[in-house]
Every structure is written in C-alpha cells, then in structure tokens.
Design a protein around this ligand. Structure first.
Ligand code: ATP
Ligand code: MG
Length: 282
C-alpha cells in the first residue's frame, strides 16, 4: 500500500501527546479508516529519512495484540505514520470517562499487553519502552492492542535527547541511566495496572502534584507504590508488587508473569465478555 498525504482525508483529531498529534483519517483510494500520527522531529533530513526506513519494520509486526501498521512516510518536515484505528481509544480516556476499570477487564488487558510484549521481544527483539494507559487501545469488538513501541533506534535517540523523552512510567534503572531490558516494560506495566484499577496514577499516594523532576527522584528513592489495603484481590496485589520490584534482577520478565502469575492465569481462562463491556461504553 503506497500511502500519500493527498490520499488521506482528515475526519477528526483523536488527541495529542508529547511527540505529535493523532488524527482519524480516511484513506480515500481504499476507503479505509486509519489513525494517522504526525511526529515532528528537529533533525536533519537524512536522520528523518533513516527513521522512516527503520519504521518499515512495523510491516512485519503482526500479532493480535499489536496495533497494525499501514505505512510511514515523510510529509513536509514531519514523519507520518498510519496505523489501525481503534474506535474506543486508549485506556487513559476510558477510565477518565467511566471510572476505574473492572478487575476482570484489567485482567484481560494485562494478558493482551503481556502477549504483545512477548511477541515483540521474541520475534523482533524489541523492547516496548513506553507502556502506559495511553498506549493501550481498545475497539468495539473488544480487542485490546498495544501501540507506540520503540522500533526505530534513531527515533528513540532523537526523542530521548529532548526533555519530552521522559515519562512517569519509567523504571528506576532507566531513570538512573543504567542498562535496561524488557523488565523495564514490566515496571511500567505494574504502574499501568494499578492506574487502571484505581482510576488514577498511583503515586504519590496523597495525590499531590509533583514536577517531572520530583517524580523521577521519587521513583528512584522512595518505596514503590502499593494498592490501598483490602480493596483488591490478593493475586492482583501480588502481580503489582512483583512488577514494581525496584531491583530489575528481582523483577519478573513478561514471560515469567505469563507462566507463573496467578492473576494472569485466572485472567487467561476468565470468560468475561469484553465486547459487551466495550459496547456498554459507547
Ligand atoms: P505521549 O506522547 O506522552 O506518549 P500519548 O500516547 O497520549 O502520550 P499520542 O501517542 O500522540 O500521545 O496519542 C494521542 C492520543 O491519540 C492517545 O492518547 C490516544 O487516545 C489516541 N490514539 C493514538 N493512537 C490511536 C489509534 N491507533 N486509534 C485510536 N486512538 C488513538
Ligand atoms: Mg501514544
């Protein structure tokens, strides 16, 4: 599929983040609805071309829990990426609109994210690097998929060299500048699970706003956040605790969680109708 700006008709803006803006668009020649992300990078044209080349790996990332990719190209000085449109949007919006996510849906979300992370790492040696509620999407068929993972080394470096390259979901080892691995994604998953279940970012516990710098110090120096006592099932407390072990050597990998977490094992066999829940939100 040869994507060109002229063939994309804007329908509506879906949101914007630090790196760019996402729109719902129609690809007129194929009559396909897509989500188009435009990323503005202050880099020379050769670097941008290199990023677009590296993004082509996304064509090979095919898994039921990964948002599918239509293509990437340059437009003006920006990088344009077209991906599958997920009509219920991201989980940050879902919980902000309708409150904390029910435990059985959190369970299915956890399985989807783990499955996606395992696929990315096993098949492509890709670490996601940006697991958080806004990068977990859902559609009205009840499918849950992850997006915005780090495929392009050059793009990762260009983003990391700017201040916006930091995130509330970064693991302590990554903040400290140590080498990091898939276990860094597990830390981010732990915060994400807590956030979905509680309906708010889990720390600081008193909810007072922290600057990015204070938050990073907090993550590195303070004990990991914990769930409010007695409100959640013990197997959920257990997985959050395991994901948020500060020492990456102690923390499980996505595969460890898939194989050994009781919460995940229960969620895998749970018969909850996600599609029905999804429809109830529309
Ligand atoms: P950050 O820039 O900090 O990573 P973000 O993930 O919210 O934050 P974007 O990735 O630019 O920023 O996405 C903006 C919003 O667009 C998301 O919050 C999400 O709600 C929506 N969005 C992104 N991709 C899609 C998609 N494929 N389908 C539907 N909505 C999407
Ligand atoms: Mg995103």
């Amino acid at each position: 599929l040869d994507l060109r700006t002229e063939d994309l008709r804007n329908i509506q803006e879906l949101g914007c983040g630090n790196g760019g803006v996402v729109n719902k668009v129609l690809h007129v020649p194929t009559n396909t609805i897509m989500a188009r992300k435009i990323i503005h990078i202050d880099a020379n044209p050769n670097v941008r071309k290199q990023i677009v080349r590296e993004l082509q790996i996304l064509h090979d990332c095919n898994s039921p829990h990964i948002v599918s990719f239509y293509g990437a190209f340059m437009t003006g000085g920006d990088i344009c990426m077209c991906m599958e449109y997920m009509d219920l949007g991201s989980f940050d919006r879902l919980y902000k609109k309708s409150g904390p996510i029910p435990m059985n849906i959190v369970g299915k979300t956890c399985c989807a994210v783990l499955d996606g992370l395992i696929y990315l790492y096993d098949e492509h040696r890709i670490i996601h690097r940006d697991v958080k509620p806004s990068n977990i999407l859902m559609n009205s068929s009840g499918l849950i998929k992850i997006c915005d993972f780090g495929v392009s080394g050059v793009l990762i470096n260009s983003m990391a060299s700017t201040f916006v390259g930091t995130s509330n979901y970064m693991s302590p080892e990554r903040i400290k500048g140590a080498t990091y691995s898939v276990k860094s994604d597990v830390w981010s998953l732990g915060l994400t699970l807590m956030e979905l279940a509680m309906g708010r970012f889990p720390f600081p516990e008193d909810g007072r706003p922290l600057s990015v710098f204070e938050l990073m110090q907090f993550i590195v120096n303070e004990p990991s956040p914990t769930l409010p006592a007695g409100q959640f099932p013990p197997e959920f407390e257990e997985i959050c605790h395991a994901c948020l072990l500060k020492d990456p050597a102690q923390r499980p990998t996505p595969k460890d969680l898939m194989l050994h977490s009781t919460f995940v094992q229960n969620a895998v066999t749970d018969k909850v109708d996600i599609e029905e829940w999804a429809k109830s939100l529309m």
